[in-house]
Design a binder for this molecule. Sequence first.
Ligand SMILES: [Mn+2]
Length: 239
Amino acid sequence: MRKPFIAVTPSTDTPGRYHVSAPYFESLERAGAIPVLLPMHPGDDGIKEIANSFDGFLFAGGCDAAPYLYGEETLLCCGEIQPERDRLEIALYHEIKKLNKPCLAICRGIQIINVAEGGSLYQDIPTQFKPENGSGMLQHRQVFAANIPSQHVKLEEGSMVRQIMGTDVISVNSHHHQAVKKLGGGFEVTARSLDGIVEAIERKDMSFCIGVQWHPEQLSSQMKEEAALFNAFVKACGK
Ligand SMILES: [Mn+2]
């Protein structure tokens, strides 16, 4: 069987370079896909061609989404932004949705697809978020290595993530200081950390559109549940 080609969105955190962290590629390769890094400026026609040509799409982690995209002023606590990457990913998301092609959005990915649907973000969790249910403030930007789990998330009954990962609570890593605030149109929240932060969203009107706030690519070599997420994604891309 032909291996699915999966487009991965580029980062430019280092000036003069487009790059992606190796674990994204390695996780997709282990799951049987051929990952390909996208260009940053394909243009409107190019974005349509990319959406038509690839079997699936991975929105990778990276810097913050620009607050003006969700109608907010940039607060002191907001981090670095990349407007060109915002433009690429928002336009690409809308093309993918039209075609109902599989999409897995990780960390910045969950945030940008939420913003693409009119949702908003906490510009900085420690500054803006008050934990629910009396839990203490959790460390969502863990200070230790990303391949070590640091918190638990509860997966909603009936959700794709719960079905795929085969459990109702999973330990995950956490490497973000922003998070979904107002939910974008058409999405459902399907996982939360124990302090109430949105950790996964998905669309019921697409065959596979899942956003996760943690980094499964850093855990998939050691946790079968995280590997299962990539396996299910690649399988959906092969259909
Ligand atoms: Mn987290």
